[in-house]
Design a protein around this ligand. Sequence first.
Ligand code: ZN
Length: 252
Amino acid sequence: MRRFLAAVLIAGMTNSFPAWAADLYQVSILDALMQGVYDGQVTLGQLAREGDLGLGTTNGLDGELVVIDGSFYRVSVDGSVIPLPPETRTPFAMVTRFVPTVTATVPSGLDLAGLDAWLAQQLPPANHIQAVRIDGRFARLKLRSVPRQTPPYPPLTTALTQQAVFEAQDLDGTLVGFRFPAYAQGINASGTHFHFLNTDRTQGGHVLALVTGAPAQAGLTQINRVVVDLPDDAAFAAAAPRTATPAPLPRT
Ligand code: ZN
């Protein structure tokens, strides 16, 4: 595994990071997952050293990974939730050592777009990635998971045609997520990405739609430093880049 500092976004460029600085540690890039690079080398045990809140998937695209308070869970395609052992490997995941810098009570009745707009008011994006955690009641949730794939792996869009969708009402639990600026597209997905797990750890998945309920409490923090671990293997090397002819740097 070769570690790259993919982006260094340091507020104020001070000698020491501000006390509120949070890191995002990410395994691989979304574009590789999109192309079917579903097996990685990084274990959840390694991931746990980098953060305690996050999301992703596990090798073989085996379900939805949810990381809450340093515990790792898989929501399988049959809807079951199981805690995962540290030797489990991931092809794509992201975690942060979550310390919210902003907390607020979430208004009820917001859909995903409404929640996104409300979150932007609580902590304006300022061209940074943000980590989000919401604990409480959700009036409606539309969740999905994906079945484990077998090689040769299809692209993600093909695999997602086999997704299972779960709908639930009035669930208490934790929403875990990230908000990425448009420039992050390819390395990750621009916009909001949420995974959910209920309080009983029996229901969850990737969030397709939601309506917030009450009570619910949100915590947000700004990510200033991003580390991306790029897979040093043949599958990643063979994955075609998104842009065949990248725009050259402007010359002045
Ligand atoms: Zn997801």
